[in-house]
Ligand binder design. Structure first.
Ligand SMILES: C[S@@+](CC[C@H](N)C(=O)[O-])C[C@H]1O[C@@H](n2cnc3c(N)ncnc32)[C@H](O)[C@@H]1O
Length: 300
């Protein structure tokens, strides 16, 4: 199999020319925007042309490519899988932090865990999904919330699925190591059972937390090899990159996978739209409960 760098090596190279500006035509931009929409649901309006150039020129230099046509040819081939990931990484942000939008975690504890304590202790299944989990702070915050509300959580039928399209960021999530500064938002009462200092001075997420979380690579624009129903889905600050029809389809797919009364948490600047809107009832800021019915497969 030809690897991406090998393929790149067969293309015109900018060898030793240093950081030069390269032509980026409207046609180049349109080709990349169409590809990013088709593959990753990204909504790149014409106003984003300069941003796309500034993010991708670094990729062209790293690969030693001389023009955007070579770059497009690379990502469009089967051999460009690795670069396709780098492309989505370059065009989106991985910004995340522990207990981001903290009210969502309080709602999770108060609506999905505390009313179910007896049933959960008796073996009731609880399934949660962090879709677009970035560096892992979101699923680990969910696990910390569960352990705080239910100290036996690790021995019960509780699982958290954490997915992202970006393999590199998933590796970071699975390493479960964070700078002390990054762990500050974790509530003090949860810290002793959630984190400990590693020999290199970083903070390690303890096995009690990590064992509840399973990470997997998943592109939300493709088929989802996941098994519902889920009691709660967190998909926050991800749909912001998608256009309205793509967002509407995403909410609809989540609605079909949620259990009756299941919870959906979305980002602070995101809004529900499309057919799924009527299925959900607001239970807090950007937090919803599935109160209507939505069944059947929705195409990816
Ligand atoms: C800003 S982060 C949000 C992280 C976390 N949910 C939070 O709110 O803190 C957005 C994440 O969405 C991921 N993402 C973007 N497009 C995606 C897609 N098509 N499928 C799956 N994940 C995607 C990115 O890789 C990135 O890690």
């Amino acid at each position: 199999m030809v690897t991406a760098p090998a393929l790149a090596g067969r293309m015109p190279a900018v060898a030793d020319r240093g950081p030069v500006d390269l032509p980026f035509s409207e046609a180049d931009f349109a080709r990349i925007a169409a590809f990013a929409h088709r593959e990753f649901g990204l909504n790149l309006q014409a106003s984003k042309k300069d941003l796309v150039y500034s993010r991708l020129i670094k990729r062209l230099r790293a690969l030693g490519l001389a023009d955007f046509d070579s770059y497009c040819r690379l990502i469009e081939t089967a051999d460009g899988a690795q670069e396709r990931e780098a492309l989505t990484s370059a065009l989106t942000t991985n910004v995340t932090h522990f207990f981001r939008e903290g009210h969502h975690f309080e709602l999770l504890a108060n609506l999905a865990v505390k009313p179910q304590l007896a049933a959960l202790k008796a073996g009731r299944r609880l399934r949660l999904w962090s879709a677009g989990c970035s560096a892992g702070m979101e699923p680990y915050s969910i696990a910390m919330t569960l352990l705080d509300a239910l100290p036996e959580a690790t021995q019960l039928n509780i699982r958290i699925l954490a997915t992202d399209v970006d393999r590199a960021i998933l590796d970071r999530a699975q390493a479960a190591l964070y700078a002390e500064e990054e762990t500050r938002p974790i509530p003090d009462r949860m810290k002793p059972q959630a984190i400990a200092r590693a020999p290199d001075g970083q903070m390690r997420i303890l096995p009690k937390i990590t064992q509840m979380v399973r990470f997997a690579e998943l592109n939300l624009m493709q088929d989802w090899p996941v098994r519902g129903p889920f009691d709660a889905i967190f998909c926050r600050n991800v749909a912001i990159y998608f256009d309205k029809p793509t967002q509407a389809r995403l909410w609809q797919r989540f609605a079909t996978l949620l259990a009756p009364d299941g919870l959906l948490f979305i980002g602070h600047s995101e809004r529900l739209n499309g057919p799924a809107e009527a299925t959900f009832t607001s239970v807090g800021v950007t937090a919803y409960r599935k109160t209507g019915s939505m069944t059947g497969p929705v195409p990816a």
